[in-house]
Design a protein around this ligand. Structure first.
Ligand code: UT7
Length: 326
């Protein structure tokens, strides 16, 4: 019997113009290019201009994804924006994007799962499509993380940056061979709220009536990341009867090159199959998976029919993976 599967029919991304290098940061806090590069693989990050908001970044990535998919905003009936740095506490950044795309139909909302946000948003939109409640969706990860950094704290401010990435999903009827079927094959989400203290923002509307700054126990988060990510990748592969060697590309959350290398080692995968863009934009939280995806699609690495594994872990703790045939 025919069923609905969500296919990713286009992607796009946007990085703000202003670049802050490791060398630039060494004039702001007590750090060095050598420390940042060797501990994280990060060389530079992009910083949103004054007055440039998360919705501006999201809109640019969305427009590029729509152009890549060759469809008009009129065909979209769902927008999900994953962000930790919304323009305002409310309304959702997604409705601002909806309005600026000229849409008065459909529905739009934000998802909050920090660095796992894009994987959560993708799974959410996929479920709406497969349930028949939406036909085509824009899924966006967009952040102005620079606005919640403590620029006096060298343990965090060197690690993050601003950016946005987006994909267009469209529901297609399928009765085809699962071994060649294009689309989102499965998603696997997890959270464990016992670890909120490892990575959080020390403010919020209900607690302090302020926005707050990012606080992180880097070493502990690192340890959880390598274990949880390897586990969720295995879970996604097992659910589909696949082995790590079946994957063409892993498109991971870009937090730290050493986490990506550690995950590749645990999976016994060739590190050349891991898409790494953290050097260029640092950790952009919910934006990093679609930024990496868009980079590898546009430079021709990811080709039609390739099997991709998207994965991420972040504050919460939250983590998840999606298996996608491109
Ligand atoms: O998006 C998901 C969430 N984020 C992550 O996944 C990040 C996970 N964690 C990490 O990426 C790494 O733990 C870090 C990059 C944050 C840190 O690397 P590390 O190898 O775990 O370093 P460390 O925290 O053990 O710090 C080592 C030293 C400390 O000095 P002492 O105490 O050994 O003298 C720090 O004070 O490095 C010092 N340090 C710095 N030095 C220069 C910390 N930050 C800096 C800095 N520049 N920016």
């Amino acid at each position: 019997m025919a069923r609905i599967i969500s296919q990713i029919i286009g992607c796009g991304s946007y990085l703000p113009e202003k670049i802050l290098t490791n060398e630039d940061l060494s004039h702001i806090v007590d750090t060095t290019d050598e420390w940042i590069t060797s501990r994280s693989g990060i060389r530079r990050r992009h910083i949103a201009a004054e007055g440039e908001l998360t919705s501006d970044l999201a809109l640019k990535a969305a427009e590029r994804a729509l152009a890549h998919a060759k469809i008009d905003a009129g065909e979209i009936d769902l927008i999900v924006v994953a962000t930790t740095t919304p323009d305002n506490t409310f309304p959702a950044t997604a409705v601002k994007v909806q309005a600026r795309l000229g849409m008065t139909h459909g529905f739009a909302f934000d998802v909050q799962a920090v660095c796992s946000g894009f994987v959560y948003a993708l799974a959410t939109a996929d479920n709406f499509i497969r349930a028949g409640q939406a036909k085509a969706a824009l899924v966006i990860g967009a952040e102005t993380f620079s606005r919640i950094l403590d620029w006096n704290d060298r343990t965090t401010c060197v690690l993050f940056g601003d950016g946005a990435g987006a994909v267009v999903l469209r529901g297609e009827e399928t009765g085809g061979d699962p071994a060649t079927q294009r689309g989102i094959l499965s998603s696997h989400l997890h959270s464990d709220g016992r670890y909120t203290d490892l990575l959080y923002v020390d403010g919020g509307p209900s607690s302090t009536k302020t926005v707050g700054h990012v606080r992180m126990e880097g070493k502990e988060v690192f340890r959880h990341a390598v274990v949880n990510l390897a586990e969720v990748v295995h879970e996604a592969l097992e659910a589909n009867g696949l082995e790590p060697s079946d994957l063409d590309w892993v498109v991971p959350h870009q937090a730290n090159k050493r986490i990506l290398d550690g995950t590749a080692r645990k999976l016994k995968m060739d590190s050349g199959k891991i898409v790494v863009t953290v050097e260029e934009h640092a950790n952009t939280s919910a934006a990093s998976v679609p930024l990496a995806l868009d980079t590898a699609v546009r430079d021709g690495r990811i080709k039609r029919g390739d099997l991709l594994l998207l994965e991420a872990m972040g504050g919460g703790l939250t983590w998840g993976a999606s298996l996608v045939r491109w």
